[in-house]
Design a protein around this ligand. Structure first.
Ligand code: FE2
Ligand code: FE2
Length: 310
């Protein structure tokens, strides 16, 4: 005999499962219509265009700082080229972590469900994205920029041991802020055609990933035990701090002939940069606030990351 409360819990759980399947079904339909093969879709043989930016100047870390005002236009464009390579490297790092998180997420789930099928579709998207970003870095001629060793290893722990809600919160962090920048990049006519193509493909396919992660995180924050919800708040805040630290590899300043220390200090002090980063995080922080992830000590970590205004 089941009690009324037990029946209610069961009904809620079934409702969540149905919702999960419906979301995945819609995402699969959209994937069937709008997926791209970057190797064929983009003209990789076209020469680099003179006088065009690799990244919109307003999204370059030093924009509007005293150092920026002293730099020649050529040096600014050079920094933008290196920052585009640094962000693409960060993107690949994130995507490789995400692929592992998704594989772990579906390991125990029914293999014929829409939810699992969509996760596999997303992994396939991320495989193509990482190859596309690597090709874009090579084409631009700037080096790839790995994250500092300590964060590289910290992420090794996260991708191996994180809880499900923690994984999806970290996923959204990686996807939404880069997405904000890419939405401003692909329509920008001052930017290299190849970079515009790469960012356009990424924006279209990431919209589905964001939806999948958001819906799953929303469900998880309702069903996860309290200790897990609490851990998610903390780990998400810590991930925000690491993310903002790793966002641009400071080696880009050295490689463009700037004083690394001075450049890092000016980026930290830049009101414009703080605004760009907070605007980039806004959609995400509003959502996380709404589902109860931005509370207590976790919220303080977000503020210290610079991605959330006090
Ligand atoms: Fe991606
Ligand atoms: Fe993604």
């Amino acid at each position: 005999m089941t009690t009324a409360t037990e029946r209610e819990v069961l009904r809620d759980a079934l409702g969540l499962l149905r919702d999960r399947e419906q979301v995945a079904e819609r995402l699969l339909e959209s994937s069937a219509k709008h997926s791209f093969d970057p190797d064929r879709e983009l003209d990789w043989a076209a020469p680099v265009e003179d006088g065009k930016w690799f990244w919109p100047p307003e999204l370059v870390s030093l924009y509007d700082t005293p150092l920026w005002r002293k730099m020649s236009e050529d040096q600014r464009m050079e920094l933008a080229r290196h920052e585009a390579a640094s962000l693409a490297s960060l993107g690949i790092w994130f995507e490789i972590i995400l692929m592992q998180l998704l594989v772990r997420h579906i390991y125990d789930k029914p293999v014929t469900s829409n939810h699992v099928r969509y996760a596999l579709t997303e992994i396939a998207d991320e495989c193509r994205h990482s190859m596309m970003f690597a090709r874009m870095i090579q084409k631009g001629g700037a080096p790839s920029y790995p994250v500092p060793r300590i964060y590289h290893n910290l992420a090794r722990v996260l991708k191996t041991a994180s809880t499900t809600p923690g994984s999806f919160a970290a996923t959204l962090l990686g996807e939404e802020i880069l997405d904000y920048m890419q939405r401003l990049t692909f329509p920008d006519e001052r930017v290299q055609t190849l970079v515009r193509g790469v960012t356009r493909i990424h924006v279209v396919e990431e919209a589905r990933h964001v939806r999948y992660a958001r819906e799953e995180l929303r469900r998880q924050m309702v069903t996860a035990p309290r200790w897990e919800q609490h851990l998610t708040r903390l780990s998400c805040g810590e991930a925000a701090r690491v993310f903002s630290t790793c966002f641009i590899n400071p080696q880009v300043y050295t490689n463009t002939g700037l004083d690394r220390r001075e450049a890092v200090a000016q980026v930290k002090a830049s009101g414009h940069r703080a605004e760009v980063m907070q605007n980039g995080a806004k959609r995400l922080t509003d959502f996380l606030d709404d589902i109860g992830v931005l509370r207590g000590a976790g919220r303080k970590l977000w503020v210290s990351s610079g991605l959330l205004a006090k």
